[in-house]
Design a binder for this molecule. Structure first.
Ligand code: NAG
Ligand code: NAG
Length: 722
């Protein structure tokens, strides 16, 4: 600037004035500005938490409400505050913290309704982060109970809804630790943070360095470390509104606001009753488990007790029954057994509600080649629920007190079960209603002899029902080091030895129920199957049992991490749904002799097991009646369905854009700094205007020597050089 000035200036008096101007006005401003700027750059942090390290709470909607989380379109920005010492830190934040809005970082044990409500009600908090790093320091997983579900799950859609005696869980609060946090319209973003390095960074480099108040509780001054939590949801209000908005669009590239929750149910019959054959009334035993659970956070559905324990037990039963299936098939007097896995049950019984509808309307099974199964064809209903933690060392038979007095067959079932092993199974108080169960969807429509078998006598023994904490490690089936399979199987075997006798008992019971034959010595569940299945569902789907039940192409795509146990939206089939169907096919289907891959008509080609030298043969053709049927609520398919009627589940999931999620940490400068920056800018502007005016008014003097030339070059802009 100075050298340039000197070149331009050739009048000595002006040169003097100009020098003074530069030294006394421009330079200090320049330094002030650049100094502040350097300061800011030095301290500037700007870190983005990678998508693998975070998982958001998102919005879901039913016929009347929206629940869950969302953020402003550009994300919510809050000053980071770490609540380590629950009581005193919260008190400081809510009573003293002067820098609202805050984004609060919580230890795993503090994420509860009470705390969240307090934070929301304060009006000082616009985002929450929850630590989920498996270590001792942050106490994850917390030992205490946590369930975001209701204390009376699915209550509005069950058999006892509105019943004066049994409604509202008045006899028994099944999920007494359930806080219902999942069903709150939280309205601010909440993320769990899963990477230790991210959590350390936020605590050490961001919170402690810039924000933590002094020991005596004095708040820090700017600059402060802030986080932007972006979790923008497109759907709003309720599922009726957002599906209508989604459906009523005319343009070719429609926006989606929400999608109905849904997937597929899995079922398989032992008998092959084709269209031209007859199904007798009361000739099918339905044996069921549920496929799904939920949690508040995306991709965070460990679901160990609820419901993997049930799925695994039932699949092991299907293997045992499959080995004696000919005894069931080869007679007209035996009953068929239909293994069924319902999807979407955690959301007001989506799957079972749909199957009941389809049966009532003669649309089940969907295949045109098979004889339909109507409600009147069902003879018994046996459901397994959570099975991993035994209450009093036993498992428990639950029955429906409304229908039991009218159906003598229920006594027969209960006695039959107890007779097999009285030390393992017992029945609960007869006057106690059924726990939340798919059977309730059926009993709403028809009186069926029904038993529901669970690991709890009264309230759930699972203290983490439908939460991010229903972990495999809680049911002693986790695997700290997946590269050491020996060790893994060893850990899993503890739960396997808990589940196997239960599955064994069930297999024998079903065999007798179907055939009337009491000699069940050759009906046995294999403990290795149970162990292996636990591994496949809880630790790694890339397991030998899944591999041998698929063709090579699909087997090669199996993931190492568990798939999701959340029903998800109805646009694609969940991996575990497909894999469970495949297991049923292999366990109950027939090995078609002499078939090749090309001649395997109406069947499926699967790889089969490894042989002794660790290689596989070409595979084999398996044919059976394992299949999928819709698990999508009729609420979204019936025109003019009344979304408030509570007949069918109305749950939908909000859509979000591909860039709707983000967590980034950065420094915000003080208000003072911002004011100074602004003032400097304003001063600079004024000063340059003065300079321009000054130069302009003296242009004759300043450019005396060159004037003529400039004129000829540019007549319009005399001060173009500056
Ligand atoms: C929707 O969910 C809310 C929150 O749990 C509940 O209060 C309401 O009754 C539900 N509405 C319907 C139609 O199920
Ligand atoms: C696997 O774990 C077992 C039991 O903890 C241990 O004895 C064994 O040495 C481990 N094997 C390998 C290869 O690390």
């Amino acid at each position: 600037m100075t050298s340039k000035g000197r070149l331009l200036v050739n009048d000595s008096s002006i040169e003097e004035g100009n020098k003074m101007f530069i030294f006394y006005v421009l330079l200090p401003i320049f330094f002030l500005f650049s100094n502040g700027y350097c300061e800011r750059t030095k301290e500037k942090i700007y870190v983005e938490i990678k998508s693998g390290g975070r998982s958001p709470c998102f919005r879901r909607l039913n016929g009347t409400h929206q629940i869950g989380c969302t953020s402003d379109p550009k994300g919510n920005v809050g000053v980071v505050y770490y609540v380590n010492n629950t009581q005193s830190d919260l008190d400081w934040l809510l009573n003293e913290g002067p820098h609202k809005p805050y984004a609060v970082l919580l230890n795993p044990k503090d994420f509860h309704m009470k705390t969240v409500k307090r934070l929301l009600d304060s009006g000082k908090v616009n985002g929450i982060m929850v630590i989920q790093v498996p270590d001792k320091e942050h106490k994850y997983p917390p030992a205490e109970a946590f369930s975001p579900d209701q204390s009376c799950p699915n209550q509005g859609y069950g058999l006892y809804s509105g019943d004066a005696t049994y409604g509202d869980c008045s006899k028994n609060q099944w999920n007494s630790v359930g806080e219902g946090l999942m069903f709150q319209d939280i309205g601010i973003p909440i993320f769990v943070l899963k990477e230790e390095s991210d959590v350390d960074f936020i605590i050490e480099k961001c919170y402690k360095k810039f924000n933590a108040p002094s020991v005596s509780g004095v708040a820090r001054e700017y600059p402060l470390c802030a986080v932007q939590l972006k979790d923008r949801m497109d759907g709003a209000k309720d599922s009726e509104t957002c599906t209508r908005r989604t459906n009523h669009q005319m343009n070719l590239n429609p926006d989606r606001y929400c999608d109905p929750l849904g997937d597929q149910n899995v079922y398989a019959t032992v008998k092959d009753v084709t269209k031209d054959m007859r199904r007798e009334e009361k000739s099918v035993i339905v044996v069921a488990a549920r496929m799904d659970s939920f949690s508040m956070f995306e991709d965070n559905y460990p679901s160990a007790d609820n419901h993997v324990s049930g799925i695994v037990a039932l699949l092991a039963v299907s293997e045992a029954i499959g080995k004696v299936k000919d005894k069931i098939r080869d007679s007209n007097t035996t009953k068929d057994v239909m293994f069924t896995f319902f999807q979407g049950e955690a959301f007001d019984y989506i799957g079972s509600g749909r199957m009941v509808y389809d049966m009532e309307h003669n649309e089940f099974p969907p295949s045109d080649n098979l004889q339909k199964i109507n409600l009147k064809h069902i003879s018994h209903f046996v459901e397994v629920n959570q099975l991993a933690y035994r209450d009093d060392g036993k498992i428990w038979i639950h029955t429906d007190p409304l229908s039991r007095p009218k159906i003598p067959e229920v006594e027969y079932m209960v006695t039959g079960l107890k007779d097999i092993d009285p030390s393992l199974i017992d029945e609960v108080d007869k006057d106690q209603p059924l726990p939340p169960a798919s059977a309730q969807s059926f009993l709403k429509k028809t009186q069926l002899p029904t038993v529901v078998i669970t690991d709890h006598r009264k309230e759930y023994t699972n203290k983490f029902y439908n939460s991010r904490l229903d972990l495999a490690s809680n049911i002693k089936a986790s695997c700290p080091d997946k590269t050491n399979l020996t060790e893994c199987y060893d850990t899993v075997s503890k739960q396997a030895s808990n589940l196997t006798p239960v599955a064994n008992l069930l297999a024998k019971f079903l065999y007798t129920l179907a055939t009337g034959d009491n000699s069940t010595d050759n009906v046995t569940v294999d403990v290795n199957t149970v162990q292996h299945l636990l591994f496949c569902y809880l630790i790694s789907p890339n397991c030998e049992l899944f591999k041998q039940s698929l063709d090579k192409g699909k087997a090669d795509q199996l993931a190492d991490e568990p798939y999701q146990f959340y029903v998800g939206v109805n646009t694609q089939t969940n991996n575990y749904t497909a894999l469970t169907k495949q297991m049923l096919l292999v366990y109950l289907g027939d090995h078609v002799e002499n078939a090749t891959k090309d001649t395997c008509k109406g069947g499926e080609w699967v790889q089969g097991p490894l042989n002794e030298n660790g290689t596989r043969t070409n595979g084999y053709c398996v044919r059976g009646n394992a299949n999928l049927s819709k698990a999508v609520s009729k609420a979204f398919e019936i025109d003019d369905y009344d979304f408030k009627s509570r007949q069918y589940s109305t749950w939908a999931e909000s859509s979000w854009q591909f860039n709707a999620m983000n967590v980034r940490v950065f420094l915000i400068p003080s208000k003072k700094f911002e004011t100074v920056t602004l003032s400097v800018g304003v001063i600079m502007l004024l000063v340059s205007m003065v300079i321009v005016y000054f130069i302009n008014s003296r242009v004759e003097v300043l450019f005396a020597g060159a004037r003529r030339d400039y004129r000829t070059i540019d007549t319009n802009n005399d001060n173009g050089m500056l």
